[in-house]
Design a binder for this molecule. Structure first.
Ligand code: FAD
Ligand code: 2HG
Ligand code: ZN
Length: 456
């Protein structure tokens, strides 16, 4: 058995990436050692910034030779501690892999580097009259590598699916040091065996370092119309789902609660978006070419008295409606260290979950503040708990227990990271966990890629 030899590894890496891309300054490292929530704080001896797949491969081979563990990192916006070097690993910052390939118009696809930000990818697609289907609040910072590695969801899953539905091909350096290139030509139909791009989606840096991805693009965004639709309760909003879902051109179906919107109003120093503010507010967004005003009117009419208030908007005013939804994670973060449960539930259990979740949390942490919001159309709620100390997992554990009782998932879209390893194992069961471990062992036999993440 080889012993880890960090000094030997570090003395070789300059020869691969050049001295300017080996960052050891404590202040620079600090930004890579803590996650967005500030709940996960690790330490790293160095941050390495490779600029090509060849450099990534050379670093992984060196890491393997010297038995040094690596944590791949993109924008560091992940919310489950998956990109934090909690065990003193070396950080691989992949943001220099920022090539934007030419948009393949006839195929409606593009190949981009792992370090490209979501905004850059969206802008690139838009310059060719197309768009990229995934969108989320961290768009300016989150990278394609991170989005693939976490199988990110976001705001348009109800229309286009998650990241896995967009990824046709990937290039990655496996834990063995080998480079795998799978379907980078973007074949839509390719049944030659196991789906390797799909496997790397959601692998959270534990199987390979993603260096580029071939992704599907969708038609350019047409005219948009949005609305805040108020309901007397979350139960009423859930009961309205069949009608809300049938809205023509539906591309977002988000849930917010009055109690949390009041926190946003206080934080932003503005008046709540509806007066009086209904207990549950759904943000609905529709995309043309059809008569959106008529379509939205028909939806509101079909819902009848279930709708207790509504506000319709397009253009800048629609962006204003989105501000309410996108501010929620920021507001939670401004209140303190946030414990997050990103959960999905069978639609039939959503309202029962929401009704029980605060009591469940208060039983463990009576003075905590809880925010609940999320992607209603996907059955995905984000429970944010502020108050318990950074190491106090009690309240979130109780939430996840409730989720499993109700037949839900302990991670809907953020991944497992280091935060949810035991819970994910419990949810998937022994046979599936053994299968995941076998895959990990095959692709990263020395366990040098993101140890402790996903399968522990
Ligand atoms: P990082 O945080 O750097 O890494 C995340 C994981 O991916 C880690 O396990 C890391 O090791 C791995 N990784 C990163 N790059 C690579 C690579 N090149 N190869 C292999 N592994 C890699 N998520 C959603 O799903 N939906 C949302 O709506 C959403 N909204 C958000 C809003 C805010 C304000 C914030 C802060 C986060 C939000 N997120 C959301 C979470 C986060 O943005 C996503 O998980 C995103 O995909 C992470 O991308 P990143 O580049 O920041 O990855
Ligand atoms: C969102 O939907 C993100 O806003 C973040 O997934 C969720 O902060 C959260 O809990
Ligand atoms: Zn989300």
């Amino acid at each position: 058995v080889l012993e880890p030899d960090l000094p030997a590894f570090l003395s070789s890496v300059e020869g691969v990436v050049g001295a300017t891309h080996v960052l050891t300054d404590p202040e620079v490292r600090a930004g890579h050692e803590t996650d967005w929530t500030r709940r996960f704080v690790g330490r790293t001896p160095a941050v390495l910034r490779p600029g090509s797949v060849g450099e990534v491969q050379a670093l992984v081979l060196l890491a393997r030779r010297h038995q040094v563990s690596l944590v791949p990192q993109g924008g560091n916006t992940g919310l489950v501690g998956g990109a934090t070097p909690l065990g003193g690993e070396v950080v691989l910052d992949l943001r220099r892999l920022d090539d934007l390939g030419p948009v393949d118009g006839p195929a409606g696809q593009v190949t981009v580097g792992a370090g490209v930000t979501l905004t850059a990818l969206q802008d690139h697609a838009a310059s060719a009259g197309l768009s990229f289907a995934v969108d989320l609040g961290a768009r300016d910072t989150a990278t394609v590598g991170g989005l693939v590695a976490t199988n990110a969801g976001g705001l348009h899953v109800v229309r286009f699916g998650s990241m896995r539905a967009q990824v046709l091909g990937v290039e990655a350096v496996l834990g063995t040091g080998e480079v795998v290139r799978s379907n980078l030509t973007g074949l839509v139909k390719d049944n030659t065996g196991y789906d390797l791009p799909g496997l790397l989606c959601g692998s959270e840096g534990t199987l390979g370092v993603i260096t580029s991805a071939r992704v599907r693009l969708v038609p350019g965004v047409g005219p948009l119309l949005g609305a805040l639709v108020g309901f007397a309760s979350v139960t009423a909003a859930v009961e309205a789902l069949p009608v809300l879902r049938s809205a023509p051109g539906l591309r977002a179906l988000e849930l917010m609660r009055a109690v949390d919107l009041r926190l946003v109003a206080g934080h932003l120093g503005i008046e709540p978006p509806l007066t009086p503010l209904p207990p549950a507010v759904v943000l609905l967004e529709l995309e043309g070419p059809n008569d959106l005003v008529g379509a939205l009117g028909a939806v509101l009419e079909a819902l009848g008295p279930a709708v207790v208030a509504s506000a319709v908007a397009d253009g800048d005013r629609l962006a204003g409606l989105w501000r309410w939804r996108e501010a929620l994670p920021e507001v939670a973060a401004a209140l303190g260290i946030v414990h997050k449960a990103d959960v999905s539930l069978p639609v039939g259990a959503l309202a029962a979950f929401e009704a029980a979740v605060e009591t469940t949390i208060r039983a463990h942490s009576p003075s905590s503040t809880t925010l609940v919001y999320g992607h209603l159309g996907d059955g995905n709620l984000h429970v944010n708990v502020v108050g318990p100390g950074a190491a106090d997992d009690g309240p979130v554990d109780a939430v996840l227990e409730l989720v499993l009782e109700l037949g839900g998932s302990v991670s809907a879209e953020h991944g497992v990271g280091r935060a949810k390893v035991a819970w994910a194992a419990r949810q998937r069961g022994e046979v599936a966990t053994t299968m995941l471990r076998a895959i990990k062992q095959a692709l990263d036999p020395d366990g040098i890629l993101n140890p402790g993440v996903v399968v522990g």
